[in-house]
Design a protein around this ligand. Structure first.
Ligand code: BEZ
Length: 202
């Protein structure tokens, strides 16, 4: 199998963390894939009409996307426990919370990248940040017990969210108002799978 990947993408990182946690990193070849929202990558477009990564190219079936579908497929394929039946709705809701905040964090990056210096829309940027801030607040208020439990894809997605915020929005100090989440992330970030997939520019 091949994964259309980008080392800066938090969505690709979810998949790579899962593969690492399952001891399956060698089963998937990573194919570095560039692209821009207004000029999607040709390889991604060939397998995914939306042209987005991650896209998983399988040897024995159509390509899979997006990260939630790919992670669920890999977990099932490996009989993993990252979508546990007993807490499936909590796991999926936590994953969706982190993904929604990630979408906002990536839109902020695109707003800054696509527009000339000084022409970015501050209301748009702050509107996106408000979504991330609300998600982080809910994580601290409602999800700490879940985060302290067994690792699942919701937990992985939160790790990817917090590291992506640090990577792309380092001026936003989310830790000061969310000390419990900051403590959890300090420990979670030390996992081998997190260290092996630290985001970087391609
Ligand atoms: C980034 O450069 O931040 C990025 C790259 C790919 C997907 C999402 C974000």
């Amino acid at each position: 199998m091949k994964l259309l990947d980008n080392p800066a993408s938090p969505y690709c990182r979810k998949v790579k963390i899962l593969l690492h946690e399952l001891g399956m990193s060698d089963a998937v070849e990573l194919v570095q894939t560039g692209g821009h929202p207004t000029a999607p990558n040709a390889a991604a477009l060939a397998h995914n009409p939306i042209g987005k990564i991650p896209t998983l190219i399988r040897d024995d079936g159509p390509a899979l996307y997006d990260s939630r579908v790919i992670c669920r497929f890999i977990n099932d394929h490996a009989s993993g426990s990252f979508y546990p039946e007993g807490t499936i709705w909590e796991t999926l809701t936590l994953e969706a919370t982190a993904e929604g905040a990630l979408d906002a964090a990536v839109l902020m990056v695109y707003e800054n990248r696509s527009r000339a210096e000084g022409t970015q829309d501050p209301a748009w940027l702050e509107g996106q940040w408000a979504k991330i801030d609300a998600a982080i607040t809910v994580l601290e208020q409602r999800w700490m017990a879940h985060l302290a439990g067994p690792i699942d894809m919701g937990v992985v997605a939160v790790g990817c969210l917090l590291d992506y915020v640090d990577f792309r929005h380092p001026d936003r100090d989310w830790r000061a108002a969310h000390p419990a989440l900051a403590d959890w992330f300090e420990k979670f970030g030390k996992r081998d799978s997190m260290r092996a997939t630290i985001p970087r520019n391609p």
